[in-house]
Ligand binder design. Structure first.
Ligand SMILES: [Zn+2]
Length: 108
């Protein structure tokens, strides 16, 4: 399982890289699943980097690192930029997390 995230709090100096990394370690402990997570640490506004969704950079890193066939991968995302990211990375499917569907929040 692989994970992608945007952590603008690092650029905003609200969180450190160590705090963000510790959060992802804790997430994996709670889930009981090993997840290789990459994230964009850059701030808000128009994307000025290659690693913030919807730009495909982090997806490309995972595709190369694990020699993935993107058409065989399922991408799950709930944010507005996720469909564009999935299309740009040529992942085959975008699915909203079940929890957002259960809550009935039409924006997630
Ligand atoms: Zn970035």
């Amino acid at each position: 399982m692989l994970g992608l995230s945007w952590q603008p709090q690092i650029a905003e100096e609200v969180l450190t890289v160590e705090q963000v990394d510790a959060g992802f370690v804790r997430m994996q402990e709670l889930l009981g699943v090993k997840i290789d997570v990459l994230y964009c640490p850059h701030g808000g506004g128009p994307p000025v980097c290659w690693c913030r969704k919807p730009l495909p950079g982090l997806g490309v890193v995972f595709i190369q690192k694990y020699r993935l066939d993107p058409s065989s991968c399922i991408y799950v995302g709930a944010d507005p930029q996720d469909p564009g990211f999935a299309d740009g990375s040529v992942f085959s499917t975008v699915t909203r997390p079940i929890s957002s569907q259960v809550r009935g929040d039409p924006t997630r």
